[in-house]
Design a binder for this molecule. Structure first.
Ligand code: PLP
Length: 404
C-alpha cells in the first residue's frame, strides 16, 4: 500500500510506536485520583503539558488537552461567544478566512443562531489573506478573528505573525486564533503569545493516536464551558483525561519539531521529484497554489479533464491512497468551499488531486504513483480520442509540457 494522504491522517510515527505499549499499559491511572497511581498519571500529564508549552513557547497553565482539533475549536469559539453574550458585549462578529476547516467554519456559522455574524475574510492571490481587506473588516464589533496557518486542502500558508500583529495593533481586545493542525512539526509556526490568543492541534496529523489534541487560550480571554462534567482540563474539557494520549502527543510533537527541517526538506525533495515524474509520465497538470505559498507536505494539482473521484478510485484499486480534499468532506457531493474560494472553474475543481506526504514516504512511492497516474490519464485520453479528428488528439501527442 502506498499512502500519500497524510493530510487526512498519518500512521503512528516510528518514535510514537516505540512508546505505544508502555503508554497504554503502564500509564493507566486516573490523573484525578489521589493515590500513588493517580499521582503518577498526573505527573505524566503535567510533563506532557510542560513539554508542549516549552516547545511552542506558550505558558503551560493555559494549554489544555482535548480529543482533537474539532473539539478544541468548538471549546474556544463557542466558549468565547458565550462569554461575549454573557457580558452583553457589542462584539458580535466572527471573522474567519475563506479557507478555514469545517471545525472553525461550521462552529462560527452555528453561532449565527445566537445573534453572531460570521464574516469571511477574502483571499488574495494563492489563497493568502488580503491584509487590506482584513484591516477594513476590523471594528468594535469584531469578537474573534480565526485564520489557519496551513490549509489542509491546498497547503496555502498564511503569515500568521503579520496577520495577528495587524489585528492586535488595531484592537487588542479581539481574540485572534489560529488552526495549526497542518503546520505543527512541519513548518515554523510563526506564532507568539503576544499576538496569538488561541491555537489548537490534533495528534493524528503528526503520528500520534487519533482522539488526541490540545489547545491554548490566553488568560486574558475568558471562555464559558460548552461541555459539562468534572473540572478536568481547566473545566473546559471535562471527562477523564486521556493521559496516555497526551503523553504520546507530546512525544510526537517533540520528535516532529526536533526533525522539522529534515522532514520539511524531505517533503520538498519528494515534491520536486513528483513534479519531474509527472512530467516524465507526460501528465498535464497545474499546481493549485504556487510552491512558495504552500506547505511542502501538501501538493495540490489540477489534472485537466480527469475527474478526481474517478482517478482516486482507480488509484485505490492499485493500492495507492490519495485524495482531492479534506477527508471529512470527501463523501460530500458539494463542491469544495476552499477550491471555490480560489475562483477556480467548476470543471477544474472536479479535477483536483491532493497528494500529502509524511517523513516516511519514499522517492520510489512517488515514482509508482506518477506511473499509475500516467496510465490512468493515457487510458482515458486514448478512449476519448477514438473517432476524433487527428488535430484534437490532446496534449499527449505533443512533447511533454514543462512545469516549475
Ligand atoms: N483543522 C485542520 C486544518 C485539519 O486538517 C483537520 C483534520 O481534518 C481538523 C482541523 C480537524 O481535526 P480533528 O480530526 O482532530 O478534529
Amino acid at each position: 500500500m502506498i499512502y500519500l494522504d497524510n493530510a487526512a491522517t498519518t500512521p503512528i510515527s516510528p518514535v510514537v510506536a516505540r512508546h505505544l505499549q508502555s503508554a497504554y499499559v503502564d500509564i493507566f491511572g486516573n490523573s484525578s485520583s489521589s493515590h500513588a497511581l493517580g499521582k503518577q498519571a498526573e505527573k505524566t500529564l503535567e510533563q506532557a503539558r510542560e513539554s508542549i508549552a516549552s516547545l511552542l513557547g506558550f505558558p503551560k497553565e493555559k494549554i489544555f488537552f482535548s480529543s482533537g482539533a474539532t473539539e478544541s475549536a468548538n471549546i474556544i469559539i463557542q466558549g468565547y461567544a458565550k462569554h461575549l453574550l454573557r457580558t452583553n458585549s457589542p462584539r458580535k462578529e466572527i471573522l474567519i478566512s475563506e479557507m478555514e476547516h469545517p471545525a472553525v467554519y461550521t462552529t462560527a456559522l452555528s453561532l449565527e443562531n445566537a445573534g453572531f455574524t460570521m464574516r469571511i475574510i477574502p483571499n488574495g492571490k494563492n489563497g493568502v489573506i488580503d491584509q487590506q481587506a482584513l484591516e477594513s473588516m476590523l471594528s468594535g464589533h469584531t469578537g474573534i478573528v480565526a485564520i489557519m496557518r496551513v490549509n489542509n486542502e491546498t497547503g496555502t500558508i498564511q503569515p500568521i505573525r503579520e496577520l495577528s500583529q495587524l489585528v492586535k495593533e488595531k484592537d487588542p481586545g479581539i481574540l485572534f486564533m489560529t488552526d495549526i493542525v497542518q503546520a505543527i512539526g512541519k513548518i515554523p509556526l510563526d506564532i507568539a503569545p503576544e499576538s496569538v490568543d488561541a491555537w489548537f492541534i490534533s495528534g493524528h496529523k503528526i503520528g500520534a493516536p487519533k482522539g488526541t489534541g490540545a489547545f491554548y487560550i490566553n488568560s486574558k480571554f475568558r471562555l464559558q464551558p460548552v461541555l459539562f462534567g468534572g473540572g478536568h482540563e481547566g473545566g473546559y474539557r471535562p471527562g477523564t483525561t486521556n493521559v496516555s494520549g497526551a503523553h504520546l502527543l507530546s512525544i510526537s510533537i517533540q520528535d516532529s519539531i526536533e526533525h522539522l527541517e529534515k522532514h520539511a526538506q524531505h517533503a520538498r525533495t519528494l515534491q520536486y521529484h513528483l513534479v519531474s515524474e509527472l512530467t516524465k509520465n507526460r501528465i498535464e497538470f497545474k499546481r493549485t497554489i504556487e510552491a512558495e505559498h504552500s506547505s511542502p507536505f501538501i501538493f495540490s494539482i489540477i489534472v485537466p479533464g480527469q475527474k478526481s473521484a474517478d482517478t482516486i478510485q482507480k488509484l485505490s484499486n492499485q493500492e495507492i491512497c490519495i485524495s482531492s480534499r479534506s477527508a471529512c468532506s470527501s463523501n460530500s457531493h458539494s463542491k469544495s468551499r476552499i477550491l471555490e474560494s480560489l475562483n477556480m472553474p467548476t470543471e477544474l475543481i472536479d479535477s483536483v488531486l491532493r497528494i500529502s506526504f509524511s517523513a516516511e514516504n519514499t522517492a520510489e512511492e512517488v515514482e509508482t504513483f506518477a506511473k499509475a497516474l500516467g496510465s490512468i490519464v493515457q487510458n482515458r485520453s486514448a478512449k476519448s480520442t477514438v473517432g476524433q479528428p487527428e488535430k484534437e488528439k490532446s496534449f499527449l501527442e505533443r512533447p511533454a509540457p514543462h512545469h516549475s
